[in-house]
Design a protein. Structure first.
Length: 135
């Protein structure tokens, strides 16, 4: 029963991401009420999974970073329980030792600019990485 409920909630959350209007914010450090049903459902995991869907990518590509934007690992991103990163996302994480420009990431990783930008956005929205100023 819990698996089915978890899948339905994931589907609802993913559908929220393709709304044309609206705001949302994740609170990864906020704990659920103690009387709730335990679903083992982490916001970063749902967001990463959602950004692998073409309909979500289509809506969100206008928020992608520019070539001169910089990224770094988010300081509190050590808790990635349940997050399944793609090979591309893992490769991006491996090059983020200091703030790195999007242009530099593209030069270091053999994928299209669009794929890299979408992966960066997915990880940014999931709280795994963050945009920052260059050092």
């Amino acid at each position: 029963v819990f698996v089915v409920v978890k899948e339905q909630i994931e589907a609802i959350l993913m559908d929220l991401l393709i709304w044309n209007k609206g705001d949302y914010q994740c609170y990864p450090d906020e704990k659920p009420p103690t009387d709730s049903v335990p679903l083992d459902l982490a916001a970063p995991a749902v967001l990463i999974k959602a950004f692998h869907r073409p309909d979500v990518v289509k809506i969100w590509t206008n928020l992608c970073a520019g070539l001169d934007d910089f990224y770094r690992k988010y300081k509190r991103s050590s808790n990635l329980h349940g997050v399944k990163l793609s090979t591309l996302e893992r490769r991006i994480i491996n090059v983020l030792h200091d703030p790195v420009s999007v242009k530099s990431i593209i030069q270091q990783i053999d994928h299209s600019e669009a794929e890299i930008k979408v992966s960066l956005l997915a990880m940014e929205m999931s709280g795994i990485i963050e945009r920052c100023l260059p050092k």
